[in-house]
Design a protein around this ligand. Structure first.
Ligand code: GLA
Length: 355
């Protein structure tokens, strides 16, 4: 945050009035269930997005993306769409959401250290940080859920990704070092302290997500079709028995089964945390990864190999699974804190502790 405020002063020639920081997130369990009204269990990571701001009298929103050495300027309250979909789409989307009065002048400088396309919610972090900075500059107070919903609408309407609400809520309402049990149906939040002898770490598979938004939106449609055929509002209302005998094709059955079982894994995970039961958590993560690979079909071989390599090193002292939308990105590992040095030594990739 300090560096961002310094860069702001160097760039705009006056001091920032405020700086905000919003982290990225890693999801412990509960994947591809948020848009099915399900339960999820994400937690904030250390990296994120910092935005420094100050009001200005030039009557425009001016923003510099320090990492990209690019900038943008537009007039509030209804900015036009940028010529191509890029970081400016998110900025303009959030500005349209907050709808500052005509003639509003604000300077912003943004700096982020979340790798993009690694499944750690860089765009949700970016949008919520922008919302908070713009809100502060406008003298408005937003609660986490309002900012999260504005960021989700921006993702839908300005980036074309029909995402759920998990990422935006995780970064807006998550607390450092705690897992957030989020009910995506009513946005009820419950914070869970993790047992002190557990650790959570992330390893990047090195496969950057590309051209996957189509696959993501397709998964969502498949789930919605399955719910329609089952005669329910969302797959949150399905159970194992209701799937058997329903008129689902094989693919829809697999998608729905993943959702039903994944929601139950989230409940089991909160119990494992409450009881400090790492064996149970290890099984839950393994089952979760297998389900994303075989039933939901959103993993890739490189990620599967990385998950297997981590599991072999840990040998029961924790487990790994893909985290986020899939098709590459990072894996999340929950493990016995005492096993962390072994993992760091034996794995040929950097291990980044979150907790
Ligand atoms: C992405 C989306 C989320 C969620 C996850 C999968 O991160 O933005 O809404 O659906 O994928 O769990």
């Amino acid at each position: 945050m300090q560096e961002t405020a310094r860069e702001f002063a160097a760039s705009f020639g006056n001091a920032a009035e405020g700086t905000v920081f919003v982290p990225g997130r890693v999801n412990l369990i509960g994947e591809h269930v948020d848009y099915n009204d399900g339960l999820v269990l994400p937690m904030p990571v250390r990296e994120g997005t910092a935005v420094a701001w100050a009001r200005a009298d030039h009557g425009e929103i001016v923003i510099r993306a320090a990492d990209l050495d690019e900038s943008d300027r537009f007039a509030a309250p209804r900015p036009p769409r940028p010529p191509v979909l890029d970081w400016r789409s998110y900025v303009r989307g959030m500005a349209a959401e907050l709808s500052p009065p005509p003639g509003t002048g604000i300077d912003l400088l943004v700096h982020g250290n979340l790798p993009r396309g690694s499944g750690l919610s860089s765009s949700a972090s970016f949008c919520v940080a922008l919302g908070r900075a713009l809100g502060d500059a406008l003298g408005r107070q937003y609660d986490p859920a309002s900012l999260a919903k504005a960021a989700q609408r921006t993702e839908h309407e300005w980036a074309g990704v029909a995402c759920g609400i998990m990422d935006q809520m995780a970064v807006a309402a998550g607390e450092t070092g705690k897992a957030l049990l989020l009910d995506c149906r009513d946005l009820a939040c419950q914070q869970f302290e993790l047992p002190s002898h557990w650790s959570v770490a992330i390893v990047d598979s090195g496969v950057t997500r590309g051209l996957v938004d189509g696959e993501y939106n397709l998964r969502r449609e498949q789930c919605e079709t399955a719910a329609r055929k089952l005669g329910i509002a969302s797959l949150r209302d399905a159970d194992r028995a209701s799937l058997d005998g329903a008129a689902l094709n094989e693919m829809e059955f697999k998608r729905a089964l993943h959702v039903v079982e994944e929601i139950s894994r989230v409940r089991r995970a909160t119990q494992a945390i409450a009881e400090s039961d790492l064996d149970a958590m290890t099984s839950i993560l393994r089952e979760g990864h297998a389900s994303l690979r075989d039933l939901f079909e959103v993993s890739v071989p490189e990620v599967d190999r990385l998950v297997d390599a981590v599991d072999a090193i840990l040998d029961g002292r924790g487990a790994a699974r893909m985290t986020g939308a899939g098709f590459g990105g990072s894996v999340v590992i929950v493990l016995d804190r005492a096993a962390l040095p072994d993992l760091e030594k034996a794995l040929d990739r950097p291990v980044r502790p979150v907790f």
